[in-house]
Design a protein around this ligand. Structure first.
Ligand code: NAI
Length: 376
């Protein structure tokens, strides 16, 4: 049996937290055969509600759930965690300036970065070791395949593959807004954690984009793939369907060919995806939580277990300058994932329209960064 993975969920008494914990404990994030221990963090004012969540998790009798730590103490919550889903933060209130939102969250993320660095599983810090151990595992396996008995081989496979999995699961996903800039603060103040291990959530926007195309074409959402969210998880994001495809009876067809309406693709589709969060708030009087929790599971599952062949997904990652995007900000790109590592899909054609949309979002991210630095 696999060793349990310790998963931290911050803001666990909140709306998304309430929706996501059972999804994780049902294997939707890390796989149906991966036991988990949930570490739940929320503020002291939410301690009672958090305890209620813990009680409900026990009542749900979830076989993969090997333990729950519910606490308002950061050190206790971050202790030994392999995976962190960071949802807790200062919420945006009516009339609150963007600057105020950033300043409130900068303080939180600065402190959580130290907690993460200090208390998370030591494997959170050993990116290089992960690949070294992976190589070692493979060489051990080859060795035993050649010399060993089948029994011995199996024993070694279990030990080393288990170890490699443990070492490779050191992923941090920031959901709380402003997600890209919170991820940046976390990265800046946890320098021992490789930037590659910190990402932010734009998968909800990505899934919304797939949903909009599916509705427009009246096809199943599972047949639509390779939409892209470029930029910030904010209203400046650029939802791009120009590389997306749909599986049809006649094979895979570009969305652009099936929806010949360029105006819909450039205007209505873009605005609908950008404004979908606001539309949900208007309808529900609360922000998206079920879909956000589901998207966070999709994000982590694809990151850790890999994206299907020929499919990419959108993830907010630390920019390496791909597509002329400035370095030093967390920007949403199309990525593929393999063996726990993401990489930006390269070589996509970017027309002038897309370029200007991407620049607008990059400019906003640079502004957010400088506001954040004012408070650091
Ligand atoms: P919520 O207000 O229901 O829950 C937030 C929880 O975080 C509360 O229980 C609060 O007590 C807790 N919290 C606040 N500060 C904390 C701290 N320092 N440490 C630990 N816990 C803390 O909010 P909801 O709806 O669950 O959303 C959570 C965040 O996710 C918000 O920032 C929201 O804007 C963001 N969000 C991001 C999305 C994305 O696609 N990236 C989508 C939807 C929401």
């Amino acid at each position: 049996p696999k060793k349990p993975v310790k998963v931290l969920v911050t803001g666990a008494a909140g709306q998304i937290g309430y929706a996501i914990v059972a999804m994780i404990a049902r294997g939707l994030m890390l796989g149906a055969d991966q036991p988990v221990v949930l570490h739940l963090l929320d503020l002291p004012v939410a301690a009672n509600a958090l305890n209620g969540v813990r009680m409900e998790l026990i009542d749900a009798a979830l076989p993969l759930l090997r333990g729950v730590v519910a606490t308002s103490d950061e050190a206790e919550a971050f202790k030994g965690v392999n995976v962190a889903i960071v949802i807790g933060g200062w919420p945006r209130r009516d009339g609150m300036e963007r600057k105020d939102l950033i300043s409130k969250n900068v303080t939180i993320y600065k402190s959580q970065a130290s907690a993460l660095q200090q208390h998370a599983a030591p494997n959170c810090k050993v990116n290089d070791d992960a690949s070294r151990i992976r190589k070692y595992t493979i060489s051990m396996l080859k060795h035993y395949c050649y010399y060993g008995t089948v029994k011995k081989k199996r024993a070694r496979t279990d030990i080393y593959s288990d170890f490699a999995v443990q070492v490779c699961t050191h992923e941090v996903l920031v959901v709380a807004n402003p997600a890209n800039t919170n991820a940046l603060v976390l990265k800046e103040f946890a320098p021992a954690i490789p930037a590659k291990n910190i990402t932010c959530l734009t998968r909800l926007d990505h899934n919304r984009a797939l949903g909009q195309v599916a509705e427009k074409l009246n096809v199943h959402v599972g047949d639509v793939k390779n939409a892209i969210i470029w930029g910030n998880h904010s209203s400046t994001q650029f939802p791009d369907a120009s590389h997306a495809t749909v599986s049809t009876d006649r094979g895979e067809r570009p969305v652009r060919e099936l929806i010949a309406d360029e105006i819909w693709l450039r205007e209505e589709f873009v605005t609908d995806v950008q404004q979908r969060g606001a539309a949900v708030i208007k309808a529900r009087k609360q922000s998206s939580s079920l879909s956000a929790a589901s998207a966070a599971c999709d994000h982590m599952r694809d990151w850790i277990l890999g994206t299907p062949k020929g499919t990419w997904v959108s993830m907010g990652v630390y920019s390496d300058g791909s597509y002329g995007v400035p370095e030093g900000v967390f920007f949403s790109f199309p990525v593929t994932c393999e063996k726990g590592e993401w990489s930006v899909v390269q070589g996509l054609e970017i027309d002038d329209f897309a370029r200007s949309k991407m620049e607008t979002s990059a400019t906003e991210l640079k502004e957010e960064k400088s506001i954040a630095y004012e408070f650091l």
